[in-house]
Design a protein around this ligand. Structure first.
Ligand code: ADE
Ligand code: ZN
Ligand code: ZN
Length: 254
């Protein structure tokens, strides 16, 4: 996502944290006063070159199953940083960074174009949106969410609340372990989350695209926005569920 997508996932996730999890994130993110909304943007602000490939996965083609084998991509990044975050022996600076990466990458994996290799995730797909020349990737990262906020006349905070009230909680991770899951006891299943995004690419993101029309006014926006908003809410639930579970782990009592 672009800025608003990450801000919204962090803000909604914050609402879904348990009381002990709120205390835990306050202590772990002193530089943000515990604000997940602001911490969610950090990974895009720093973006060292070695982390670039951690923001997405490029499957060889859309409409095929994601490969459950190793990659240097968003799937392994979520698994690895979740493991580091859940480990009570991780020293503070690394644990602080792990939390910021986990929040950000769980947001990104719910933006379907971060799970598409076509036109570099749509970054090289030129489109028209509300009379602006832009890329399909930017339409999904933030342009549709900004348009929706403006159309509803809501502040970002109220838009976050509106989304939380209008979309259901997502399907939980299965209790058996799956590829890229850090451990079967932690609710993180990036391969399944990525598969939901991959299915959206196949059925909606690219299938509905009509070249040469303004995507804000051609019907594309009306079909795409609910799918995008549902992903934002799903990401928020999954971030909060994961943090709540880590805080409840018995060996993390101190
Ligand atoms: N760069 C190359 N592929 C990308 C993708 N799917 N998302 C974001 N950036 C990318
Ligand atoms: Zn993006
Ligand atoms: Zn990113």
């Amino acid at each position: 996502y672009g800025r608003i997508g990450h801000w919204l996932t962090g803000e909604i996730a914050h609402h879904l944290l348990s009381a002990p999890a709120k205390e835990w994130t306050n202590a772990l993110l002193p530089e943000y006063d515990g604000s997940l909304a602001r911490a969610a943007l950090w990974a895009d602000e720093v973006k060292p070159p070695w982390s670039k490939s951690h923001h997405y996965v490029n499957p060889p083609r859309d409409c095929t199953a994601l490969s459950p084998t190793n990659c240097n991509c968003i799937l392994s990044a979520i698994g690895n940083y979740t493991t580091r975050l859940a480990d009570p022996t991780t020293p503070h600076p690394a644990r602080n960074e792990a939390l910021k990466f986990v929040i950000h990458y769980i947001g990104d994996i719910h933006q379907p174009l971060h799970v598409s290799g076509r036109f570099k995730g749509g970054t090289e797909m030129k489109v028209l949106f509300d009379s602006h020349h832009t890329s399909l990737h930017e339409v999904w990262d933030y342009l549709m969410l900004e348009r929706s906020t403006k159309f509803l006349g809501l502040s970002r905070t109220d838009y976050a609340q509106h989304l939380l009230s209008n979309y259901p909680s997502p399907t939980p991770c299965p209790s058996s372990s799956s590829s890229f899951s850090p451990s079967p006891t932690l609710p993180a299943c990036p391969l399944l989350w990525g598969t939901e995004s991959a299915n959206l690419n196949c059925g909606l993101v690219w299938a509905n695209l009509t070249i040469g029309t303004d995507l804000a006014h051609s019907g594309y926006y009306d079909v795409a926005l609910p799918a995008l908003e549902q992903g934002v809410v799903a990401a928020a639930y999954r971030i909060a569920t994961l943090i709540n579970a880590i805080v409840e782990m018995p060996h993390d009592a101190d």
